[in-house]
Design a protein around this ligand. Structure first.
Ligand code: UGA
Length: 449
């Protein structure tokens, strides 16, 4: 029998939701995306996104209804009623930011999305949580859903954590490393197999488990990644004390494939909207569960990470002769990582801000993050190019490893700075190239000359 294809809705069209909605349309489904912000919807309907993510605008334009040559499979709305009527499967993609002044994350967007959706579920539907949540949330939300939905038990919950990386969001969503689903019934599993049929056919592993395990897979994966970065940054501290080279060390241990080369890049540490807040929320949740001892090491992972930023500020102070007051500093990079315009909890912007607050004149250049940086740090100076940021600088800092910074010409840059001195906070510049042009080059965790 020819069953109608599943109709999918995506609640929340931020990073995760916009990507997921476009990807579902690409996989052939009819998709309705919801956001409470009409401005965001208007933007998406024009095939544009509020953030910079390689390939996402193109993917949207391929499917958003009303675009020339689009499949027309992707539409947007602000109405929960419309979403409730339309969908067989509803993905919850709202964010769970860190609560102000606390370790725990803020569940209010997830809670209100479930409440607002549930009352419009009048027939059989699967609600699939994708947001990163404290373990135990799915269990609680399932109860809430069944209470509020007119369809009662016919409105079922599943948990399906998302592992996409910014900068690779489209690729990670269409070709996931693995699909993990926490389900309570065979029909929920069957529906999710149908949703992910294409990636599963291409070989993505499908892991079926219970609610708590599905929730924990996400937080433990991010904790592991954060731990790996802090491990190599701890080695950088030791290398610096012993005059060793952490870049060589990482390369050498990475050849052991039990260790692996990835996520062993030392520098000013991890930032962004996920890793820092996820490890904190995980510690907070473990505390509530009476298991805080199990995660005390994450407190150390967090402190090693925060120490990197302070260390970068100290090295800069040393480099300019002991006091920052009145010095000119050129900063390359503001985003938390390259190929993104995201400056949330960005180590680069944090370091630039600290230097400014201590009296330096800081001029920042970033290929994509300028508007977002200016919005949260309007008192820094912003330059339209790396050269302009470097003009007149007593020291140049490399804080986000954009490809274009690796391709800078040290000879040409040397003409515009006051002093040929560079500090590499990401360990991706080639020391020999800079030293050849008489730059004083220093990198975190690497020998001074
Ligand atoms: C991270 C995870 O990698 C994703 O799998 C996960 O889905 C996502 O969080 C999430 O929870 O939504 P993302 O925040 O996009 O993704 O960024 P990462 O690529 O993990 O980088 C995080 C930070 O670590 C960046 O500031 C980056 O510069 C830093 N980093 C990364 C290092 O300092 N060294 C490394 O070797 C790798």
């Amino acid at each position: 029998a020819n069953k109608a294809p599943l109709r999918i809705t995506v609640i929340g069209t931020g990073y995760l939701g916009a990507t997921h909605a476009a990807a579902m349309a690409e996989l052939g489904f009819e998709v309705l995306g919801l956001d409470i912000s009409p401005e965001k919807i208007a933007l998406l309907e024009r095939g544009e996104t509020p953030m910079y993510e390689p390939g996402l605008d193109e993917l949207l334009r391929r499917h958003v209804a009303g675009h020339p040559d689009s499949s027309g499979r992707l539409r947007f709305t602000t109405s929960y009623e419309e979403v409730g009527e339309f969908g067989d499967v509803h993905f919850i993609c709202v964010n769970t930011p860190q609560k102000h002044g606390e370790y725990a994350c803020d569940m209010s967007y997830v809670d209100s999305a479930i409440d607002a959706l549930a009352v419009h579920l009048k027939r059989r539907a699967l609600v699939v949580g994708k947001s990163t949540v404290p373990v135990g949330s799915a269990q609680r939300l399932a109860v809430r859903l069944a209470e509020l939905a007119p369809a009662g038990q016919e409105a079922e919950l599943a948990w399906n954590p998302e592992f996409l990386r910014e900068g690779f969001a489209v690729k990670d969503t269409l070709h996931p490393d693995r699909v993990v689903v926490g389900v309570r019934s065979e029909s929920a599993e069957k529906t999710l197999r149908e949703v992910y049929a294409t990636p599963l056919a291409e070989g993505s592993p499908f892991i079926v488990t219970d609610f708590p395990t599905a929730e924990l897979v996400k937080t433990s994966a991010n904790s592991f990644l954060a731990t790996k970065i802090s491990f190599i940054n701890a080695m950088a501290e030791v290398c610096e004390a012993a005059d060793g080279d952490v870049v060589k060390l990482a390369e050498a241990i990475g050849h052991d494939d039990r260790i692996g080369k990835k996520f062993l890049r030392s520098g000013i540490g991890f930032g962004g909207g996920c890793l820092p807040k996820d490890i904190r929320a995980f510690m907070a949740r473990a505390g509530e569960l009476g298991a805080s001892e199990a995660l005390t090491f994450l407190r150390e992972v967090d402190s090693i990470n925060m120490r990197r930023r302070a260390h970068m500020v100290e090295l800069t102070r040393e480099a300019v002769g002991g006091t920052l007051l009145g010095t000119r500093i050129g900063v390359l990079g503001a985003t938390f990582k390259p190929d993104s315009d995201d400056v949330r909890d960005s180590p680069a912007l944090n370091v630039a801000g600290q230097l400014h607050l201590q009296g330096a004149q800081v001029t920042v250049y970033d290929p994509k993050g300028m508007d977002n940086a200016r919005a949260i740090f309007p008192t820094l100076r912003y330059a339209p190019s790396a050269h302009e940021a470097a003009r007149g600088a007593d020291v140049l800092l490399h804080l986000t490893e954009w490809r274009e910074f690796q391709e800078l010409d040290p000879a040409a840059l040397g003409e515009v700075v006051a002093v040929r001195r560079v500090l590499d906070g990401r360990n991706t510049l080639d020391p020999a190239m800079w030293r050849k042009e008489n730059w004083h080059f220093r990198a975190l965790g690497r020998p001074t000359a």
